[in-house]
Design a protein around this ligand. Structure first.
Ligand code: A8S
Length: 180
């Protein structure tokens, strides 16, 4: 399934000075909960641990919407300007392109897809995120890939933690914890 989804949704047109990779994360939460976080292009800080602030000018989310993101200190970056490229609420696809900002990731583009799957007999989710980016002057492809993969890994780990916490909150409210 994973390979099929990647073939279908995660194709990037790789040029000589670019690197590209994909990451997969399995989350113990239903697809609706995970997608409810991912789809908020205007609120990436809800799960992305390195983002301190995000501003979107226009109200509704549509292809072409821009967000201005501030990054927490300690990273080789302060701001990023990002454009919504793909948004499919039915198929659960989000595509984002970085078009500016104070950082080293030029021509960065990412696709994130969210798929239902069964984990230990329960409703779970498989998240696939892929990216393509220019290799900056003075860096190798491997270094660039390693850096970006580390950041995405943190984002996906946090997406998993926040989603699983949301599931527990819903369960507690429903009284499932007490066996009701
Ligand atoms: C994302 C993915 C990435 C974000 C990177 C890779 C970034 O926000 C951070 C550090 C940088 O050096 C570049 O989906 C940039 O958020 C945390 C500012 C773009």
């Amino acid at each position: 399934m994973e390979a099929q989804y990647i073939r279908r949704h995660h194709q990037h047109d790789l040029k000589e000075n670019q690197c590209s990779s994909s990451l997969v994360k399995h989350i113990n939460a239903p697809v609706d909960i995970v997608w409810s976080l991912v789809r908020r292009f205007d609120q990436p800080q809800k799960y992305k641990p390195f983002i301190s602030r995000c501003i979107v000018q226009e109200g509704d989310l549509k292809i072409g919407s821009l967000r201005h993101v501030n990054v927490k200190s300690g990273l080789p970056a302060t701001t990023s300007t990002e454009r919504l490229e793909l948004f499919d609420d039915e198929e659960h696809i989000l595509g984002v392109r970085i078009i500016g900002g104070d950082h080293r990731l030029k021509n960065y583009s990412s696709i994130l897809t969210v798929h239902p799957e069964e984990i230990d007999g329960k409703a779970g989710t498989m998240v696939i995120e892929s990216f393509i980016v220019d290799v900056p002057d003075g860096n190798t492809k491997d270094e660039t890939c390693y850096f970006v993969r580390a950041l995405i890994n943190c984002n996906l780990k946090s997406l998993s933690d926040v989603s699983e916490r949301m599931v527990m909150a819903v369960r507690d409210q429903a009284g499932v914890v007490n066996g009701n």
